[in-house]
Design a protein around this ligand. Structure first.
Ligand SMILES: [Zn+2]
Length: 132
């Protein structure tokens, strides 16, 4: 992949993607809430392949939220948590799960508004059962 094509490959630059994200953001927090994540899905989220995909998306987007433009900087005093969002649903499009083109960098605030699941923070984020 050449450097020159980097911008063109960015899904955030595609009008249909921006439209989709705006629509989702307007839908608010209850947008398409389906009531919980499966253990299978949770496991996949923390897999090595996922971590790699996520980092590739951040790198392409220059560690910048593609919706509100916040950028992850060290030393600003206020940390910005970036997350990689799947443009086409993880559940519906298993083949697109690790396509960089299907990922977009969002800050946590924007991501919480558009993602289908509620963040799992009831237990300080440590909800994973201890078995393999
Ligand atoms: Zn943002």
């Amino acid at each position: 992949m050449s450097e020159a094509r980097k911008g063109e490959n960015n899904p955030a630059k595609r009008p249909e993607v921006r439209k989709k994200i705006s629509k989702a953001l307007k839908g608010g927090k209850h947008y398409n809430w389906k009531g919980g994540i499966t253990p299978y899905r949770k496991k996949m989220y923390f897999g090595k392949k996922y971590q790699k995909w996520r980092m590739a998306v951040f790198t392409r987007d220059n560690f910048t939220c593609q919706f509100c433009g916040l950028r992850s900087h060290i030393g600003l005093g206020k940390p910005i948590y970036l997350e990689a969002h799947h443009i086409e649903s993880w559940a519906k499009y298993p083949k697109l799960r690790f396509k960089i083109d299907n990922g977009i960098t969002l800050c946590r605030g924007c991501h919480n508004l558009i993602k289908e699941e509620r963040p799992t923070t009831q237990n300080g984020g440590k909800t994973s059962p201890r078995h393999k």
